[in-house]
Each structure stands twice: as C-alpha cells, then as structure tokens.
Design a protein around this ligand. Structure first.
Ligand code: NAD
Length: 472
C-alpha cells in the first residue's frame, strides 16, 4: 500500500498537482499520520473540468453496451483490490475490518454491479403524441463526498453518472482520501477514455467550492452535512446548475407494542451504532410504546454494553473510533447536553472506560429524551442512541415526524399491515419494516432537509439524465 500519494488523476493520467502542498491523513485509532495526499487547488479543478468537458461528447456518444463493458472492467479491477480497500478504510476511518470488508468494500461493488447492468439498458425513448421524448446525459458532473462511507458514497454517484454518459470530477473527503486513490488506481487499470473520470483531492472550502461554483460543471452531486449542502446549492444556483444533495438524518425506529422486542431492540441498537454511529441513515431515535418501554431500555443497555471498543484490525472489536478528534469532541458535547436536558443515562456515557489512545466515544444509550431537545433534533454522528416513550401509533408518527430531517426509519410490529400504515405516514425517504434487508436497487434519498434527489438503481440513473422532447 502506497500511503504517500503525490499525484492527482487528470485526463486519464496521474499528474503533479499545481501547488505542491499536502494534506495529512490520520489513523483515528492511533492518532498518527498514516498518509498524505496533494492539497488540490482551484487551478487543478479548472484542469479537471476542462478534461471532463473535452471528454463529454465522446463518452455521451459511446454505445451503452460499451459503457457497460468499461464499468464491468472497473468492477473486476476494484474486486481485485477489495481487501486493500477494506484495510484502508479500517486504517483511515477506523471501521472494524469485518464491517469494512462487508459494507465499505462490499456494498460499492454491489452498487457498481447494478450499474453495469443498468448502463447496458438505458431508459428507452418514448412517443407522446407527436413528440419523441429522449433522455440525454446531463453533462459534466462535480461529485463531492464525505468520509463516513468513503467508497460507497463515491460509487453511488460515479457509477450512475458514467452509466448515463456523463463525465466526472471527484473531490473525496480530505479525512479519508486514500480509499479514493485505490478507486482511481482501478479506474486507471480499467482504461476509461482520457478525461471521463478525474480526481482532485483537497479541502471543501478550496476544491469543493471551486467545483460547486465552476461555470462548466453542469451538475453538482453532493453528499455531506446539511450546512455544506446548503452552501453548495447556493453556489450552483448562481448558474442554475442541477444539484443532487444527500444530507443528514435523524431517523426514527418505531417499536410498536406487538413487536418482537428482543429483535427490534437488538437490530435497532446495531443500526444506530454501525460505523460508530457515523451513518446518515442511522436510526438514532428509538421510539418505544410505553407498555414495553422499561423492557426495551434493559435490552438496549445490555446490547450497548456488549459492544467491544478497540483497534479495527482486532477481530474482537465491534466498535471503532470516530473519524477525528473534532468529531469525538462534538459527540461528547451532544452527550453532555442530552443529559443536562433531562436525559437518563442507561449505558455508556462520559465516564465509561475507553481505550487509552484513539478518538473513541463509548456506546451510549440515553432514555427519556425530550422529542424537542437537541439530542432528539440534531444529528450526533456518533454511537449515541436517544430513546423516547410513545403512547400509541398516532403519537409515534407525530414524534417520528417531529424532525427537520427525513432520510430513513423503521417500524416493528407483529402485524405487518399496522406497520405499513405507520410507515406510509412517516415523512421520510425510506422505511424498513421488521428488519427487512437493504435493497441496493431501491431509491435512496431524503425528504425535508435530508436532501434533494435519489441515488441507487434506476432512480439514481435518472438524476444524471436530461429529458428532451422532439416534435415531428
Ligand atoms: P461535510 O459537509 O463537512 O463534508 C462533505 C464534503 O463536502 C467533504 O468532501 C468536504 O470537504 C466538502 N466540503 C466542505 N465544505 C465545503 C464547501 N464550502 N463547499 C464545497 N464542499 C465542501 O460532511 P462530512 O463531515 O464529511 O460528513 C458527515 C455528514 O454527511 C453528516 O451530516 C451526514 O449525515 C452526511 N451524510 C449524508 C449521507 C446521505 O446520503 N444522506 C451520507 C453520508 C453522510
């Protein structure tokens, strides 16, 4: 593994970045510097966008079957690196290796496979009266991604954009750029035409803003915090560029009185703590019917206490550190405020034991959380579960919808019709009933301040297409 990366990927080649400055990458487990990448500049973005623009007409005109074949080659090149990707994510983000292998490396391969298939079967032209309605790629796409799923968040943009016939300039998170370098090693090996895919690492205020504001970027596809998403949308609005935004969440896990409580709580806690709680879809509010509330709290505390914190490379570790010291401090502040606002600590908390080194927070469960309080309203992005009692289905729906976010959610009930009735009333982009499995072809995205647009499957492909009517 080469952890000192010195180049950026432009126009089909690894080339020297314009400024010569670098950004350090840390291991959140040891707090040590484990790699460096170039700090890209606005001039690098200009070069990358020019390459993507020059490549666009040719890639847009490439036959769908040929685009699918390139993506298939990328799948092979990436599959060969799956172990290295999992280890790199464990290193730079701290996800336990087992989870990193299954989710951080495995899921993007599944998503890429789905777009190998979809690329070969683009939406057909339609006849509407005397109009021929055709779909065309939107153009040059600027993709800006976060650190919490450093390959998946990229793949959820890159694969559909390329399948649609768009060209791409990617800026990965400065906290986890090494994974993106492995992806671009695979892209280089797969042999896309020069300029079709470009990588400019760097910070948000420099490279991110240059992409979002660039006059020749036709669409900005952003995943990250709601605050940054708002800024990106403002920059894009100046030239009416299309934006897709995948933002924060504060998802509700609704556990009704006739649920299989042991399963609902165990799966719910696991979901809230996945990737140390650094998951935008995490079910961070557990809403439990009062009749089962105390029982649920006991189960949640037991589940949380069973999580072993530690080195992501140790097979016994179930929970790694948070990505940065700043993130760790933010999460600690949320816990302190949640307790000061009247929450009752039932697991973890500020005094729970932690490894000596690393940016860890103990898995924490706080009960009796006021639905209007900061802990119930703000995205914590750490292993902190807020539990809230509810009186009945009506009350559960009201509390679930008492959020400016609407990304995901869950309902548990012994009666599927009852669960579906609640699911339909939740103002959120996705709801899982009774622990149903993740579907990589289902539309993924948010209501309200959780975002605009959808990723994955055909819905994700549509985001990168324009619609043209030709009258005859
Ligand atoms: P962030 O908003 O700080 O950063 C996201 C990306 O935007 C990074 O690449 C960053 O460098 C860049 N950026 C920062 N400032 C910018 C600016 N002014 N202009 C342009 N780009 C800029 O978010 P983060 O801390 O990396 O990620 C955590 C957040 O992402 C959480 O709020 C989480 O909920 C959200 N998230 C959402 C989804 C989703 O699909 N809805 C998925 C993962 C993460």
């Amino acid at each position: 593994m080469d952890l000192a990366r010195t180049d950026i990927y432009l126009d089909g080649h690894w080339v020297t970045a314009s400024a010569g400055q670098t950004l350090d990458v840390h291991s959140p487990t040891t707090e040590e510097v484990v790699g460096t990448v170039p700090a890209g500049t606005a001039a690098d973005v200009d070069r990358a966008v020019a390459a993507a623009r020059a490549a666009f007409d040719g890639w847009a005109a490439t036959a769908p079957a040929d685009r699918a074949a390139r993506l298939d080659r990328l799948h092979a090149a990436l599959s060969a690196r799956a172990d290295e990707i999992a280890r790199t994510v464990a290193l730079e983000l701290g996800t336990p290796l087992k989870v990193a292998t299954r989710v951080q490396a495995g899921l993007p391969l599944t998503v890429l496979r789905s777009y190998v298939d979809l690329a070969g079967h683009p939406p057909a032209a339609e006849t509407v009266g005397n109009s021929l309605v055709i779909r065309e790629p939107v153009g040059v796409v600027g993709a800006i991604t976060p650190w919490n799923y450093p390959l998946h968040q990229v793949m959820a943009k890159l694969a559909p954009a390329l399948a649609a016939g768009c060209t791409v300039v990617l800026k990965p998170s400065e906290l986890t750029p090494l994974t993106a370098y492995l992806l671009f090693d695979a892209i280089d090996e797969a042999g896309f035409p020069p300029g079709v895919v470009n990588l400019v690492p760097g910070t948000g205020p420099v490279v991110g803003e240059a992409i979002a504001a660039h006059p020749d970027v036709d669409m900005v596809s952003f995943t990250g915090s709601t605050a940054t998403g708002r800024r990106v949308a403002h920059l894009a609005a100046d030239r009416i560029a299309r934006v897709a935004l995948e933002l924060g969440g504060k998802s509700a896990n609704v556990i009704l009185d006739d649920a299989d409580l042991a399963t609902a709580v165990k799966v719910g806690v696991g979901n809230a703590f996945l990737n140390s709680g650094q998951t935008c879809t995490a079910w961070t509010r557990m809403l439990v019917h009062r009749d089962r509330y105390d029982e649920a709290l006991a189960l949640a505390a037991k589940a949380a206490d069973g999580y072993r914190l530690g080195d992501p490379f140790d097979p016994a570790t179930r929970l790694g550190p948070l990505v940065s010291a700043a993130q760790r401090d933010r999460v600690r502040d949320h816990v302190a405020r949640g307790l000061a606002d009247g929450g009752r600590l039932v697991a973890g908390g500020p005094d729970a034991p932690l490894p000596e080194r690393g940016w860890f927070v103990a898995p924490t469960v706080i009960a009796d959380v006021d639905p209007d309080s900061a802990l119930a309203q703000e995205e914590v992005f750490g292993p902190v579960l807020a539990v809230i009692p509810v009186d009945d289905d009506e009350h559960a729906v009201a509390v679930a919808n008492n959020s400016r976010y609407g990304l995901a959610g869950a309902v548990w009930s012994g009666d599927e019709e009852r669960a579906l009735a609640v699911a339909r009333r939740m103002r959120t982009g996705a709801v899982d009933v009774n622990g149903a499995p993740f579907n990589p072809l289902a539309p993924f995205g948010g209501y309200k301040q959780s975002g605009l647009g959808r990723e994955l499957g055909t819905y994700g492909l549509e985001e990168f297409l324009q619609t043209k009517a030709i009258q005859r």
